[in-house]
Design a protein around this ligand. Structure first.
Ligand code: UDP
Length: 322
């Protein structure tokens, strides 16, 4: 198949591209390198079945031309990372709303099957755990910049489902829960690469808030396997799926674990959210997926445990930066 990945030079996109190439597909990547990096796709760059365009999803002419020639589209291009979103709210909203609108509209023009990468963030600060796909979303004020991400990805979901219902565009939506692994950068806020780097450098490990907030971390290859299976299973069309591990880890425990695994002398330092991000910043206390729908539709659940993931990430950072 000919497959288009928007955001293919991003952390998740680069694993998806590799897997799809290994399965014998021809892959085209469009990435503007805003948070993606050419380094992420170094290892596949010379593959004769890979085509890379360093360009934005706002280049309608290019997007249309590539979509026309594709059998499937994986739409991953987006503004991501809590720090990035808080620092770049205009780019976040424009990319995630207007950019996605272009990709989805052109996918519809040629009726090409499209995967929409959404996020666990769409549940907002709901405390109705575990999160099931049909549950209510709970967001804070529009003056808290963080929520622009959840809101913008929710709009993508609405739009994709609207095209499915009204115009029969084949769509599948995946809500990803804290995807992690080697090549993820801490530059935009993501906690695991940040803690690992801090620990390896002997710098303070910066725990935001009191550290009792928890997340379910999911290894990137588990996520990619689920995404491809969802796209290749007909009954998944027009559906939303949580994709994530159900094993919860408190952030303070994560810090302690990484400190121990790296044999680090770093101190663990608590920093208030206001200081870390912005005044009035709101975090989610817990975020746990219900993945019964994923299991039911594609008989799939994540396999890689957090310790294995941390080992891979630590090795990666040791090899690359030290
Ligand atoms: N976090 C932290 N220290 C950091 C970066 C993040 O304590 O240096 C916390 C963050 O406040 C959140 C959790 O780790 O509670 C996960 O953050 P991340 O940005 O990786 O993902 P999120 O789940 O917030 O989208």
């Amino acid at each position: 198949m000919n497959i288009l990945i928007t955001g293919g030079a991003g952390f998740i996109g680069s694993y998806l591209a590799q897997e799809l190439l290994e399965r014998g597909n021809r892959v085209t990547i469009i990435d503007n390198l805003s948070t993606g990096r050419l380094n992420n796709i170094n290892h596949i760059y010379k593959n004769k079945n890979l085509n890379v365009y360093i360009d934005t999803i706002f280049n309608e002419e290019l997007i249309e031309d590539v979509i026309k020639k594709s059998d499937q589209i994986y739409h991953l291009a987006a503004a991501v990372g809590v720090q990035f979103i808080v620092d770049n709210p205009v780019e976040t909203i424009e990319t995630n709303v207007a950019g996605s609108e272009i990709v989805i509209r052109l996918a519809n023009k040629y009726k090409k099957k499209i995967f929409i990468a959404s996020t666990s963030e769409v549940y907002g600060k709901s405390d109705s755990l575990p999160f099931k796909e049909g549950k209510d979303r709970v967001y804070g004020s529009t003056s808290v910049r963080r929520w622009s991400y959840a809101e913008s990805k929710a709009i993508d979901e609405f739009l994709a489902l609207a095209y499915w219902h009204e115009k029969k565009l084949p769509v599948v939506i995946g809500r990803l829960f804290n995807t992690v692994g080697p090549r993820q950068t801490g530059q935009y806020g993501m906690v695991i690469p940040r803690f690992v780097r801090q620990a390896l450098l002997g710098h303070p490990i910066t725990v935001f808030g009191d550290g009792t907030q928890s997340r379910c971390f999911t290894y990137v290859e588990d996520v990619v396997g689920a995404i491809i299976k969802l796209m290749d299973t007909k009954k998944c069309l027009g559906e939303i799926f949580n994709i994530g591990s159900t094993a919860e880890t408190k952030i303070i425990e994560l810090a302690q674990k990484i400190k121990k695994m790296t044999n680090s002398s770093s101190k663990i330092k608590k920093i208030s959210y206001d200081e870390a991000y912005e005044e009035g910043f709101e975090d989610m206390k817990r975020r746990v997926p219900d993945i019964s729908k994923l299991k039911k539709f594609i008989d799939y659940s994540p396999k890689v445990k957090l310790e294995q993931t941390l080992n891979k990430v630590i090795d990666y950072h040791k090899g690359n930066k030290f």
